[in-house]
Design a protein around this ligand. Structure first.
Ligand code: FEO
Length: 170
């Protein structure tokens, strides 16, 4: 049976992953209607990735004899100033998720729930990759500034990354 405090914290993380999916969906919609189809494809793809993160937690909680719980979600932000603004917020959000996973890991150590600690290792590695990917994209966007041709190129690269998940580099 799973430790009760850990189960509660895992359920809070399920909510955060579900919110992440909706936040990226909202960003994808903004990109799609504002002339960035590649960024939209990338963020739609990332929406699915967040749902996968959520589902991994759901199955883990249930498999350990707990019960996954779904909460009400706040409306995700839907207005952005620019593509740069979108990806700044993606990075900020990923940093927030990293902090949340780390504190969850801390709780498993406190509670001596080493099985869940071990399970969380996958997320710890995933967060390093996610933050690094978003930083790379953000650096590219800041480099081109307001240059329209450069922005068009970045949008194309993002489209390629959505289709070649895990293999393409920015
Ligand atoms: Fe589920 Fe992008 O972290």
């Amino acid at each position: 049976m799973i430790n009760e405090k850990v189960e509660t914290a895992l359920n809070e993380q399920i909510k955060k992953e579900e919110h992440s999916a909706r936040l990226y969906l909202s960003m994808a919609i903004w990109c799609e209607v504002n002339g960035y189809p590649g960024a939209a494809a990338f963020l739609y793809d990332h929406t699915n990735e967040e749902t996968m993160h959520q589902m991994k937690f759901v199955h883990y909680v249930n498999d350990r004899g707990g019960k996954a719980v779904l909460f009400n979600l706040e409306q995700p932000e839907g207005k952005f100033d620019s593509l740069m603004d979108v990806f700044e917020k993606v990075l900020q959000h990923e940093e927030y998720i990293t902090a949340s996973i780390n504190s969850l890991y801390g709780l498993t150590v406190e509670e001596k729930d080493y099985t869940t600690g071990n399970f969380l290792q996958w997320y710890i590695t995933e967060q390093i990759e996610e933050e690094s990917l978003m930083r790379t994209i953000l650096d590219k966007i800041s480099l081109v500034g307001q240059d329209k041709a450069g922005m068009f190129h970045i949008d194309k690269e993002l489209e390629g990354m959505a289709k070649n998940k895990g293999t393409a580099t920015v």
